[in-house]
Design a protein around this ligand. Structure first.
Ligand code: ADP
Length: 509
């Protein structure tokens, strides 16, 4: 009987497929990393063809190692890195440019022009829930249309198609039959009207993007097509699509207003569900679609997005050669008692929530002859906890309701030192579930609901089990002093990018 689900998690660093049984337990998985392409400062690209090849490999291998056949699988759920832009030719199936990744800041000058001389970055927040920022898809689509010869004409003729990775994968999985995205992904483009859940004509005009190239917007939990390729998975319904952070929220069973989760991956993303209500933040959070079940209204969330957390650990590993594996950071950081006075603000692509300062750049401050690499490793981990504090403070300011504990997931939550420091700095317990693959699990949940494997949210809630809990232990006076030091360091990172910096770094248009 088809009572298993397969989730495809197309992340920023890797693509993996996970087979779940009807209790939400992992049966088998397969994962492959793809190349991070950095053509110059501020540019981050992926090869979308490589991502598709890795997808085929991961799906086939996960199914094979589960020793299951396509007929055992009730549905496929897709979750993906959000905002990343792929434009391809529907006739050849080939991308016309590398994918422009969400971290890519090449379109900052265009964003600044749209914000106008008064720097009104919030001018489209009422429609889209988002500030004007390079982070979201729209300016990147426009960049491709303007820079790739013939792209604009091709897009207007309907020959070129746009998609975030979910769209690209569904298109390939269905042999080019379906060009769709779900509401949660569409809400990250700066092109969707949050109220109508349709592409917004005024926003399409602002960015000069032809409607003909945009995918159809579908619910997050609904059967939207059937796999044609790869052959071993043929016939499996594609039954769920969610952006990675919305999927993690779903996988943590945070379905109702007030429920929340914080994911610690390449970046950090705190989501707080607001139910059917669209809440516009006064404190730097963005408004996003959480999910939509077929035949129901969309549910919304406020989100605190932090660009650099786990990727700072990767940076210490790859750019400074401090250790061989990301997990080694804990041992190094534990070899000292504290940060030695060093604070690290990883504003590598400016600061996202709650500051939204594109002019900020990374700052390592408080240095003395005493500070060694272990202190820097510790400061890097602490930066993740402090940045999370900043977005949680924004949530509390917006909702007027303090959080009593926080559910966490993601690769960095394996780091016990970080989790304890997080509890200390927040002053509330930090709770990690047994299954930390919540992103893939959330995609499987969406697909399982749409195909009848699960009856509803109550059944899914019963799958959630506490794995580990960290209680706050730090003296409140010390905590407040450390927070004040952090905020001072954040201010040091502001006002760095100006015309001189742009010319010297070669990041002018
Ligand atoms: P994503 O889904 O964004 O690709 P993951 O949830 O897989 O990310 O988390 C990977 C991130 O976590 C990487 O940036 C890595 O550097 C970091 N990471 C992994 N293990 C640890 C650890 N033990 N301590 C700190 N950071 C870690």
């Amino acid at each position: 009987m088809a009572d298993h689900l397969i989730a495809l998690d197309q992340g920023t660093t890797s693509t993996r497929a996970i087979v779940f049984d009807s209790e939400g337990r992992i049966v088998a998985s397969a994962q492959r990393e793809h190349e991070q392409i950095f053509p110059r400062a501020g540019r981050v690209e992926h090869d979308a063809t490589e991502i598709w090849t890795n997808t085929v490999w991961a799906l086939e291998n996960a199914l094979e190692s589960a020793t299951l056949a396509a007929t055992d699988i009730a549905g496929l759920g897709i979750t993906n890195q959000r905002e990343t832009v792929i434009v391809w030719d529907r006739r050849t199936g080939l991308p016309v440019h590398n994918a422009l990744v969400w971290q890519d800041t090449r379109t900052q000058p265009a964003i600044d022009r749209l914000a106008g001389e008064h720097g009104d970055y919030a001018r489209y927040a009422e429609i889209t829930g988002l500030p004007l920022a390079t982070y979201f898809s729209a300016s990147k689509i426009a960049w491709i249309l303007d820079r790739v010869p013939g792209a604009r004409a091709g897009a207007e003729a309907g020959d070129l198609l746009f998609g975030t990775p979910d769209t690209w994968l569904v298109w390939n999985l269905t042999g080019g039959r379906r060009h769709v995205t779900d509401v949660s992904n569409a809400s990250r483009t700066l092109l969707m009207d949050l109220r109508t859940l349709d592409w917004s004509d005024p926003m399409l005009e602002v960015f000069r993007i032809p409607r003909a190239m945009l995918p159809e917007i579908v619910p997050s939990s609904a059967v939207v097509g059937e796999i044609v390729d790869p052959a071993p998975l043929r016939g499996i319904p594609i039954a769920g699509i969610l952006g990675d952070q919305q999927a993690a929220t779903f996988g943590q069973a945070a379905f109702e207003a007030g429920e929340s989760k914080n994911t610690y991956g390449t970046g950090n993303f705190l989501l707080v569900a607001t139910g059917e209500r669209i809440v516009h933040s006064q404190h730097g959070l963005i408004t996003t679609v959480a999910y939509q079940r077929e035949g129901e209204p969309a549910r919304y969330a406020v989100e605190g997005s932090i660009a650099v957390t786990g990727s700072l650990v990767q940076w210490l590993r790859d750019n400074l050669g401090m250790f061989a594996e990301s997990s080694d950071v804990q041992r190094l950081a534990e070899s000292v008692d504290d940060n030695g006075g060093a604070y690290f603000v990883p504003a590598f692509s400016g600061l996202f929530a709650p500051y939204w300062r594109p002019d900020a750049r990374g700052a390592l401050v408080g240095l003395t002859r005493y500070v060694n690499k272990a202190h820097i490793a510790r400061a890097a981990l602490e930066a993740t906890a402090f940045q999370s504090l900043d977005v949680i403070d924004a949530v509390v300011a917006d909702t007027g309701r303090p959080l009593t504990e926080i559910r966490v997931d993601g690769g960095m939550t394996r780091n016990g030192l970080l989790m304890q420091f997080q509890a200390d700095i927040l002053g509330i317990p930090v709770v990690r579930p047994e299954v930390i693959e919540t992103t893939a699990l959330g995609a499987a949940y969406a697909a399982g609901l749409a195909t009848g494997v699960w009856s509803g949210f109550d059944e899914l809630r019963a799958h959630w089990h506490e794995g580990q809990r960290w209680e706050p232990r730090m003296d409140p006076g010390e905590r407040d002093r450390r927070i004040r030091m952090w905020r001072k360091a954040v201010r040091r990172s502001f006002d760095w990018v100006d015309d001189d910096a742009r010319v010297l770094m070669g990041t002018t248009e």
